[in-house]
Structures are given as structure tokens and as C-alpha cells.
Write a protein that binds this ligand. Structure first.
Ligand code: ZN
Length: 319
């Protein structure tokens, strides 16, 4: 279900803020569009920082009003969970989750994992099933954590990541699957990761790939900009350097998952801009995201991922 443009988003207030990575106030607009998920006519802008090259939203939603952009009954990441999916979809989803768990386990054998922005709890559920692992989520949405607990028995804490009440060195692994770009103040986030990780522990971050082919193909309509929910996007070398400042060394970087969904979502933005939202575009959406389409397109996306040109890229940092 989606809300009609006229009623969304009612309470979002925008603010001017300098780049929180380098402190410069030199935004150079590179992409702008309306909220393509929730609708409305307000235009949001993504900028390149003239000081450090990071890409950031400016002006941006205030921390006090950004929750309007994550309605619990509408935001795509909040509306379904692995355990309530139909068997075939569940199988596909489980395959992706196992790939993610595999990344963590390749770098750390066992321990406690924190999934930041855990949403409906799918990854926490998957990870808690791995021998030697326990897992916990943190999310700002009480409703979605309640849902995760009730449907899948997944444990979670309602908090922003910086305010989550964990002692130093609590975790062997911290994961942020398409979450880092949604957060304010990247430096504070990374400092908190460094505090919470045990020595030798890893942070796994999947984030929009500024070098992706999709960014070039779709321009303003690229899913990676996801205005107005994405606040910071990092060129890979910039993120590597920033993490190193906090004692986190990059040990792996590759495209792992999500390329098909990302490309099809960007494509649907273009289709809906041209044809509107109606029965026909609903059918097109169904076809693009279907299992046969996934299978047919698989060779293309395998190649794109090998070349690190997928829409998302996953990096692993060791403390
Ligand atoms: Zn900057």
C-alpha cells in the first residue's frame, strides 16, 4: 500500500547543515527529485561536498522529523518478514540472507552480532541460527521491532545506534545492510562502531555504489540516491580512509547482493514517471521482480557484480 502524494509527508522539516565529515559548507548539487516512494511534490537534493568529495543530502530532514519518512505501514523495508513470506519467496530471501551470514562468518568464527537498522529482523533470525552465534537488532521503529519479536522471536532494542545502551567491546560483528547511508553524522557512527567492536571484530557495511553502472544509466532516478531518506553516500576510497581514522581497516570489498532489485527499482521509477501508477505499471513491476525475470537476468548481474559495478557494494572493516 502506498499513500497518495497529497497526504505525504505532512511533518518533515528541512534544515541546512554543513558536511559532517569535513565541516565544509560547499554543497554542489548533483541529483534532485521528489520522494519516489511516499510521493509529494517537494524536491530534495543530493550534493557533492566541495571539501571532501562525500555525497550528501542538503538541505536535509531534521532528526526530529525524519520519522515521517519511515511510516511503519508503508515503508518497504518494514512491511514483510521472512517467516511470513510464501515458500518460494522465502527460499529466495533465505538464499540472500545466507550469503550475508557467510560474509560475517568468513571473517569471525563465532560471537555476538549487532544488526543496525534490523527492521523486520530477517538477518538477526538467520544469524542466530548459525552455530556459535547470537544476534540482536537495533532499530528506531518500536512497531517493527515488536513485529520482529512476535513473528520470528527476534530480539531488538528501540534506539538510534548512537544511543543504544551497550558496553565497550560488546560485539564480535556489527552489520549495516543498506543502513549507513540513512544515518546522521558518519563520524559519530564510526566512532561508536569502534567502541562497540571487540579487537579483531568486524563491521560489514553494504552501501550504494557511487561507481555503479546504474548510477550512470539512471542518473537522477538511481535508487542509490533514495531521496529524502539517504543522507550520506561515500566513494569507496573516501570511506576506507575515514574508517582508517578510527582504527578500522578495510579487509574486503565487493558486490554481494541486491543488484537485480536495485536496477529494477530504478527502472520502475522511470516507467512510473512516464506512465504513472496504474494497472499496467503494476503488471510491469510484477514481471520485473518475478522469479523468472531474476533467473533470466542472472548472468548479467553476476557479471556486473564481478566487475564491482552493482548498485550496492559491501565492505568489511576489521578493528
Ligand atoms: Zn565534506
Amino acid at each position: 500500500m502506498r499513500l497518495e502524494p497529497a497526504v505525504m509527508p505532512p511533518g518533515v522539516v528541512l534544515e541546512h547543515a554543513p558536511c559532517e565529515v569535513c565541516g565544509a559548507d560547499q554543497p554542489v548539487p548533483i541529483a534532485w527529485r521528489t520522494d519516489l516512494f511516499l510521493g509529494g511534490t517537494r524536491v530534495y537534493t543530493m550534493n557533492r561536498c566541495g571539501g571532501c568529495g562525500v555525497v550528501y543530502q542538503h538541505p536535509r530532514p531534521t532528526a526530529a522529523t525524519i520519522h515521517w519518512l519511515y511510516p511503519e505501514d508503508t515503508y518497504p523495508e518494514y512491511v514483510s518478514s521472512l517467516v511470513t513470506e510464501r515458500p518460494l519467496r522465502r527460499l529466495v530471501r533465505r538464499y540472500g540472507l545466507r550469503k550475508r551470514a557467510g560474509i560475517v562468518r568468513r571473517h569471525v568464527a563465532a560471537g555476538c552480532l549487532l544488526d543496525v537498522g534490523s527492521s523486520t529482523g530477517d538477518f538477526v533470525w538467520e544469524m542466530a541460527r548459525c552455530p556459535g552465534w547470537s544476534a540482536l537488532g537495533v532499530d528506531i521503529s518500536p512497531g517493527v521491532l515488536r513485529y520482529a519479536r512476535d513473528t520470528a522471536g527476534v530480539a531488538g532494542v528501540v534506539a538510534t545506534f548512537q544511543r543504544a545502551p551497550f558496553p565497550d567491546g560488546s560485539f564480535a560483528a556489527i552489520t549495516m545492510w543498506n543502513v549507513f547511508e540513512h544515518l546522521y553524522d558518519p563520524r559519530a557512527i564510526i566512532a561508536e562502531v569502534a567502541r562497540l567492536l571487540q579487537p579483531g571484530g568486524v563491521l560489514v557495511v553494504t552501501h550504494p555504489n557511487l561507481d555503479s553502472l546504474d548510477r550512470r544509466l539512471f542518473g537522477h532516478m538511481w535508487i542509490g540516491y533514495e531521496l529524502p531518506r539517504h543522507l550520506y553516500l561515500f566513494p569507496s576510497d573516501r570511506l576506507r580512509a575515514l574508517m582508517a581514522e578510527y582504527g578500522l581497516e578495510e579487509v574486503e570489498r565487493r558486490c554481494v547482493y541486491g543488484s537485480h532489485a536495485a536496477t529494477m527499482t530504478s527502472l520502475m521509477f522511470l516507467v512510473e514517471r512516464a506512465l504513472g501508477r496504474n494497472r499496467l505499471t503494476g503488471l510491469i513491476r510484477g514481471a520485473l521482480f518475478s522469479l523468472p525475470a531474476r533467473v533470466l537476468c542472472a548472468p548479467y548481474f553476476v557479471l556486473i557484480d564481478r566487475l564491482r559495478l552493482g548498485s550496492n557494494i559491501t565492505a568489511v572493516f576489521r578493528r
